[in-house]
Design a protein around this ligand. Structure first.
Ligand code: FES
Length: 121
């Protein structure tokens, strides 16, 4: 297993991300609600930089009992990052594509050692 230095822990604030090169891949590292998440930066659609776009709450459609729409709302529970090429959205906590949960970015472990953060690959 290889540990690749990301940055000092103090340099990453909640809501931040870093892109690091690992072997022939790039990895996007996120700090979200006091937890670290790391995913391949290669989008499962056409290889765009999946981790480099917007970070936004999932948009949800609110339905009436008869399934007619009451409009759209932002999720309080799910945050997505959006590939900037064509808009594939990935669940920040799982790396799964929001529109097709069978598609999932490769994930990596993030560890802390002596105040530094590393991606394990
Ligand atoms: S390459 Fe990412 S959405 Fe198309």
């Amino acid at each position: 297993m290889t540990e690749t230095l990301i940055c000092k822990k103090s340099e990453l604030q909640d809501g931040d991300r870093r892109i690091v090169a690992i072997d022939k891949d790039e990895v996007g590292v996120f700090l979200h609600q006091d937890r670290y998440y790391a995913y391949s930066n290669t989008c499962l659609h056409q290889g765009g930089p999946a981790c480099e776009g917007l970070i936004i709450a999932k948009t949800e459609e609110l339905l009436n009992d008869d399934k007619t729409s009451r409009g759209l709302s932002f999720s309080k529970d799910q945050t997505n990052f959006v590939c900037p090429w064509h808009g594939y959205e990935y669940d920040l906590k799982t790396g799964e594509c929001d529109s097709d949960r069978r598609l999932k970015l490769r994930s990596y472990q993030v560890i802390e050692k002596a105040g530094d953060l590393y991606v394990v690959s």
